[in-house]
Structure formats: structure tokens, C-alpha cells
Design a binder for this molecule. Structure first.
Ligand code: PXG
Ligand code: PLP
Length: 439
């Protein structure tokens, strides 16, 4: 379906994370999708370089998911999430638990990554209260971390522009980021920086472990521009959390469910958190949904402290937690994950992706190249005082050449669908290379 842009009123919609004024001058409409391509308002096919926003790893418009959602809409469109259950939510919780590393097996559903983060932070704080340690409330994030946009998420988040307009947040503190200049152009996990995890010891010395509930990190930082953890870093963070009784939360909203070439980042990096967050890829992006998965002992603590068994143990939940349509989409998406071994596909093609993105290392303006699994980013040399301008200009040049690429901060980011073939991956980087050379 082609839509005439001229007929649309652009006044009423306040677009998220968008330069709204710029968009009005230069509207870019996506009106359809097919496999790993979008179709724009002019009917052009545009290669999708980011699986939507890191969420459509199985490709767009999968009929299996469309049919499952349509069938669900006809049989049970909505069921109350509180005090009553519907079968799909239980099925999905079991299915997701089976994909998790050993020990993570209790699942709380949400509707986005941001809600997932705030739910995980509330679980962490409440857990210590239930264990008789109410002082353990401070939350530790990491510089350059992205944990969504709700108040809990921006408290632990480490991207300054996402925090500065919104006043005081929850009591938090931050580890240093791991983007070291000596690691520039590393392929996969960089060599240097495992010792940056020891900063947690310093934060423990400052605040005392009796006041810290949890540490939350992305296994690799996504939004800040794909920053894989230095070798050994996550292991060291896990050990320090264990030493001081601090919960470790992995925010796997981007790293989870295939992107690393494994079911989760925890599997890929060989480190198991106490709580893991998922969203995006859970439904292949078709219906909004997120999930917090916790160690059974955390759930059991709430049950043990819950009072009479008709009482609510965790006063938290969303009208749409475990929405039947979202569950149907997720069950269908996870079936595709199994049938097509999406994680193994990524693992098999990740080396090709790595060669392609590192092939841009000597192109104009490229100051760093980072990658892991089917995720990668370029850092581009800034115009003086305007770090965000060049990525925007290059991304627009790519769009004109038939490629949708994500630009954010001083980076361009790549996250192809897991099903993308090597010819399309090569095309992504040919277009970017051309755009860089002609900028
Ligand atoms: N945690 C992490 C680790 C994320 O990457 C969220 C939480 C929030 O999810 P919701 O569903 O509330 O947006 C995210 C989302 C990008 C990009 O281009 C990344 C996200 C969202 C949009 C764009 O890097 N991450
Ligand atoms: N605001 C009001 C006035 C509500 O009644 C509710 C839910 O009942 C909410 C916010 C929260 O909505 P949700 O459960 O979809 O997060």
C-alpha cells in the first residue's frame, strides 16, 4: 500500500526520540515490510539494517505470527491479568524458562523493555526488604548504559541526554563504562578493561554493601553504540556481587533471544545473573511485550513472606501483563526461533558480519568499529561541537541509497535480522561505505 505523504497531517503526532522539527521538513515514511526490507511511501524497498529497533530478528510479517495473533484475537482477545489466568501466559512462561540458563525460572510479564527494567529494580529492592534488609536499596548502573526511559531506568541509565531534563531520580550510582581507546577496532570482546569491574568494590566501599540492592548492566551495551564487555569483565562483576550479596541484573533487551548467537547474553558470555530482562525479540516485535526472569529463590522469598495465601505477594503488575495477544505472538516467535535455530544462524554468520563491518575501518570519519554476534557500530569523527550531526547525515545518505540504519550519539548502529543472508549483509556495508566516501 502506498500512502501519499501530502495527504497526512503531521501536526498532532509527537514522535518519540525524534527530531520532530527536522522530520516535518524531511518526512520518511515506512508503509510496508517484506522479509528483511521495508517499503517506503514511494514504494522503494529499503534494507532494514537494525531489525526494526533490534526487535524483528526473524524478519518482518512472518505469517506464523500473524496467524497466531489473528486466531487469538478471535478466541480470547483479552483476559484480566490480576487474580485470573489464561493458559498462554503459563505456556509462555514455561517456554521462556526452558530457554534460560540453569536456575532462572520464574517469569513476570510486562509490555516493554522500560517496564521490564522498572519491574526488575522493584523486585530487587523488595527482595531485600522481604529478607529483612530494607537498607539495601541503592541501585548501581553503568555509564553509557541504557535501561529504557521510565524513572527507574533513567536512574540507573548512563546516557546523559536521557536524564538531564527530568530532575531527581532514584538513589543510584554508576560504574565506569568500558569504552577504552586502546580497544578501538577490536573484533568481538576487547582484551583490555576487565579490571573496570573492580570499580564495584569502590562503590561498595563508598556506600557499603548493606545499602546496595543490585547492579544492572547490559551484557553488551546496545544503545550507546554496541560496546562488548572486555574479556573477563562480566565474570569479575559476578564474583564481586557474590562476595557482597548484591543482586546482578542483566538487561538483555537487546542481547537476549538470539542476537549474540546464543539464546541469551548470559549463555554467550558464560555468566548467569540473578535477574534477566527481555523484551523486543520476545514477540519478534509484533506485539509489545517484556519479561523479567528471576532465580527461583527470589520468587520463593516473596512467597514465604506473603502472609495469608490469598494476599498479593508482589504489589506490582500491568493491565496488560501477559496479554493474550502478546503471548500468542511470543509463542509463535519462539517456535520460529526453535524451528529455524535462529541463534545458531547468527553464530554461523557472525564472522561474515564482523568481516564486513571491519571492512569499513579505513573509510573516512571512522574512528572505531565494534561488533558482537549480529550487532555492530561505527563511531564517526565529530564535526567540532556537533557529535550527533555526522551520523545523522550518513544515515540520511544511506536512506536515500535504500538502507535504513540507526544513528544515535556519535555512532551508526547495525543489527541485521537473524535470517538475513550474507548477500544482504554485504549490501548493508557496501551502502554505508559508499555513503561515507561521498559524504
Ligand atoms: N533496556 C535495554 C538494554 C534496551 O536496549 C530498553 C531497556 C527499553 O526498552 P523499550 O521497549 O521500553 O524501548 C532498551 C531499548 C537503539 C535503541 O537504537 C535501543 C532501544 C530502544 C530503541 C532504540 O539502540 N533499547
Ligand atoms: N493510570 C490510571 C488512572 C489507571 O487506572 C491505570 C491502570 O488501571 C494506570 C495508570 C496503569 O495502566 P497500566 O496497568 O496499563 O500500566
Amino acid at each position: 500500500m502506498t500512502v501519499s505523504v501530502d495527504d497526512l497531517n503531521l501536526d498532532n503526532y509527537w514522535m518519540p526520540f525524534t527530531g520532530n522539527r527536522e522530520f516535518r521538513h524531511n518526512p520518511r515514511f515506512i508503509t510496508g515490510a517484506e522479509g528483511v526490507r521495508f517499503i517506503d511511501a514511494q514504494g522503494r524497498k529499503v534494507l532494514d539494517g537494525l531489525s526494526g529497533l533490534w526487535c524483528c530478528g526473524a524478519g518482518h510479517n512472518r505469517p506464523e505470527i500473524a496467524e497466531a495473533v489473528a486466531e487469538q484475537a478471535r478466541s480470547l482477545d483479552y483476559a484480566p491479568a490480576f487474580q485470573f489466568g489464561h493458559p498462554q501466559a503459563f505456556l509462555l512462561a514455561s517456554r521462556l524458562s526452558a530457554m534460560m540458563p540453569e536456575g532462572l525460572n520464574r517469569v513476570f510479564f510486562t509490555n516493554s523493555g522500560s517496564e521490564t527494567v522498572d519491574t526488575a529494580l522493584k523486585i530487587a529492592r523488595a527482595y531485600w526488604r522481604q529478607r529483612g534488609q530494607p537498607g539495601k536499596s541503592r541501585l548501581i548502573g553503568r555509564a553509557k548504559g541504557y535501561h529504557g526511559v521510565n524513572f527507574g531506568g533513567i536512574s540507573v541509565g548512563g546516557i546523559a541526554p536521557n536524564r538531564k531534563l527530568f530532575g531527581s531520580t532514584l538513589e543510584s550510582d554508576h560504574l565506569a563504562h568500558t569504552l577504552l581507546s586502546e580497544n578501538r577496532f577490536s573484533r568481538g570482546q576487547p582484551e583490555h578493561g576487565a579490571e573496570l569491574a573492580d570499580e564495584l568494590e569502590e562503590l561498595v566501599a563508598l556506600h557499603d554493601a548493606s545499602n546496595i540492592a543490585a547492579v544492572i548492566v547490559e551484557p553488551f551495551a546496545g544503545s550507546a553504540g554496541v560496546i562488548p564487555p572486555p574479556k573477563g569483565y562480566l565474570q569479575r562483576l559476578r564474583a564481586i556481587c557474590d562476595r557482597h550479596d548484591i543482586l546482578l541484573i542483566f538487561d538483555e533487551v537487546i542481547t537476549g533471544l538470539g542476537r549474540c548467537g546464543a539464546p541469551t547474553g548470559a549463555h554467550h558470555f558464560g555468566v548467569v545473573p540473578d535477574i534477566a530482562n527481555f523484551a523486543k525479540q520476545l514477540t519478534n516485535g509484533v506485539i509489545p511485550m517484556g519479561a523479567v526472569v528471576v532465580r527461583q529463590e527470589i520468587y520463593d522469598t516473596f512467597m514465604a513472606q506473603g502472609g495469608p495465601d490469598y494476599m498479593v505477594e508482589f504489589p506490582h503488575g500491568y493491565t496488560y501483563s501477559g496479554h493474550p495477544m502478546a503471548c500468542a505472538a511470543a509463542l509463535a516467535a519462539l517456535k520460529i526461533f526453535d524451528d529455524e535455530k535462529l541463534d545458531e544462524q547468527v553464530a554461523a554468520k557472525a564472522g561474515f558480519f564482523e568481516d564486513c563491518i571491519h571492512g569499513l575501518a579505513n573509510h573516512p570519519y571512522v574512528q572505531d568499529v565494534r561488533n558482537l554476534g549480529f550487532a555492530g557500530a561505527l563511531t564517526l569523527e565529530a564535526y567540532p561541537g556537533e557529535p550527533a550531526r555526522r551520523p545523522y547525515e550518513i544515515a540520511m545518505a544511506c536512506w536515500e541509497r535504500g538502507l535504513y540504519v540507526r544513528y544515535s550519539g556519535d555512532t551508526l548502529q547495525f543489527g541485521p535480522a537473524f535470517v538475513m543472508d550474507t548477500a544482504d549483509i554485504a549490501e548493508i556495508f557496501n551502502i554505508v561505505g559508499d555513503a561515507l566516501k561521498s559524504a
